[in-house]
Design a protein around this ligand. Structure first.
Ligand code: NAD
Length: 467
């Protein structure tokens, strides 16, 4: 019997099936958890539909109180949740702790927002207001790289706007989400939040479900396209946070020694499994050799291991399929460039890959053109900064990007030319709850976080009265 149950209509429910969850550091099962059937998804949606009218009529203060209570219970269970996250996801415990804390902070952030009606006209002839109405049942679909923080981009915003929720974590990282269900069972009214886990087989059922009014999806671009296509029939609202291939451009006035650890960190956090990791590093020719040498030092000094072990800086790839995919990127990079650090698996147990640096590589190579989503960094030479930006923009993706220079005004001007949803200067991947986050081009549709992210969970209504 599994300890990790579904949350349906306020009850913890055993799955119609069960499934093992593998610790990527050991390749051993962490736990056996519930796996929902299509019938259980239908039950969850029915419960959310029944719960919607009452929840949507609660006051903002009542909803805020629920969000704060969820934030409190996450924080109160920080240590256990972080440990579980490391076991199922692989990331070092300090990073897992940061992720869980971040999730609670995002619930608190959304609890500070409001959705006031805007009075456009109020005179002798008419009163016109623009209001924001909830949509109904919202499906939140989450990937495996940041199971908790990405959940917290969606669930509190959906709830604050007055929607009810079906949360579906990724098949390889369901445990923290199911644990959350246990923790919030008595905090949230029955049916308002339902949590189901699947074996990668219920996402499509959610996107076609007639009673789900919106899908908030984070995952790969390929799956995002399927979500968009299958949502068309019911004209379902969608927001898509998809893949990226962020360029990080280093201008010629920086000190390579000082710069290299920052570039390394931007690319290798979470073993490179970050949608806004720096995935293509463009370095000016005047310091190319020096920068490559410094990056090699960073890679060789990294402590790769089980995230539960003290001192580990980089954990394993999260799952076997991703491990194999990244090993494929390394093999192709060996043909297209020169591997100067790492270049293969670490050990023979667990999905560990040594942080890998590849130089003398350029566009036309799979490692540069596609999203590697792993600890393999292509370092690309350029001579003209405007050309580097043009090459950065010549990608189907447009999630993030950054320009680094001592002369920050010069970097700022170049940054304005970048075709991505977020552009940073002298930093990378700085996400803050009040800033809208979304992708250009194939990196997504719509945005999350901030007031824009909250509004994505609403329908505009104009209320227009004659006097
Ligand atoms: P994935 O697309 O394989 O899976 C994501 C989720 O979608 C999982 O919960 C999965 O079960 C579900 N799913 C699978 N098939 C589905 C279908 N037909 N319809 C609906 N849902 C379905 O992605 P992944 O491999 O888990 O995650 C890695 C990808 O996510 C990378 O490309 C990464 O860049 C991207 N990502 C993007 C962001 C962002 O905010 N833009 C953040 C994190 C990750």
């Amino acid at each position: 019997m599994s300890d990790y149950k579904l949350l349906i209509n306020g009850q913890l429910v055993a799955g119609d099936m069960t499934m093992p969850v593998i610790n990527p550091a050991t390749e051993e099962p962490v736990a056996v958890c519930a796996r929902a059937s299509k019938g259980q998804l239908d039950q969850a949606v029915a419960a959310a539909k029944i719960a919607f009218p009452a929840w949507s009529r609660t006051t903002m203060d009542e909803r805020r109180a629920v969000l704060v209570a969820i934030a409190d219970v996450i924080q109160a269970n920080l240590t256990d949740l972080a440990r579980l996250l490391t076991q199922e996801q692989g990331k070092p415990l300090a990073d897992a702790t940061g992720e869980i804390f971040g999730a609670s902070a995002f619930f608190r952030y959304f609890a500070s927002l409001d959705l006031p009606a805007t009075v456009v006209t109020d005179d002798a002839t008419s009163r016109i207001e623009i209001r924001r109405k909830p949509l109904g049942v919202v499906g939140c679909i989450v990937p495996w790289n940041f199971p908790m923080i990405l959940m917290a981009f969606k669930v509190p915003a959906a709830l604050l706007a007055g929607n009810t929720v079906i949360l579906k974590p990724a098949a390889t990282t369901p445990l923290t989400a199911l644990k959350l269900g246990e923790l919030i069972k008595d905090i949230v009214p029955p049916g308002v939040v339902n949590i189901i886990s699947d074996a990668n087989d219920l996402g499509g059922e959610m996107t076609t479900h007639p009673d789900i009014r919106k899908i908030s999806f984070t995952g790969s671009t390929e799956t995002g396209k399927k979500v968009m296509a299958s949502a068309a029939d019911a004209l379902k609202r969608i927001s898509l946070e998809l893949g990226g291939n962020d360029a990080l451009i280093v201008l010629d006035d920086v000190d390579p020694k000082e710069m290299a650890p920052k570039v390394y960190g931007a690319a290798m956090q979470n073993a490179g499994q970050v949608c806004i990791a720096a995935k293509r590093i463009y370095v000016h020719e005047s310091m190319y050799d020096a920068m490559c040498d410094e990056l090699v030092k960073c890679a060789n000094a990294a402590v790769v291991g089980d995230g539960l072990e003290q001192g580990t800086q980089m954990g394993p790839l999260q799952n076997k399929a991703q491990f194999e995919k990244v090993m494929g990127f390394i093999e192709s990079a060996k043909q297209d460039g020169k591997v100067i650090a790492g270049g293969g698996r670490k050990g023979d147990k667990g999905y560990f890959i040594n942080p890998t640096i590849v130089r003398d590589i350029a566009e036309g190579s799979k490692l540069v053109d596609e999203e590697q989503f792993g600890p393999v960094m292509p370092v690309i030479k350029y001579s003209d900064p405007a050309d580097a930006v043009r090459r950065a923009n010549a990608s189907i993706y447009g999630l993030g990007g950054s320009i680094w220079a001592k002369d920050s005004n010069r970097a700022w001007d170049l940054a304005t030319e970048m075709e991505s949803g977020s552009v940073w200067v002298n930093k990378h991947a700085d996400l803050q709850p009040h800033l809208p986050f979304g992708g250009a081009k194939f990196s997504g549709i719509g945005s999350e976080l901030g007031e824009d992210g909250l509004k994505e969970f609403t329908q505009v209504q104009v209320l227009n009265m004659a006097r």
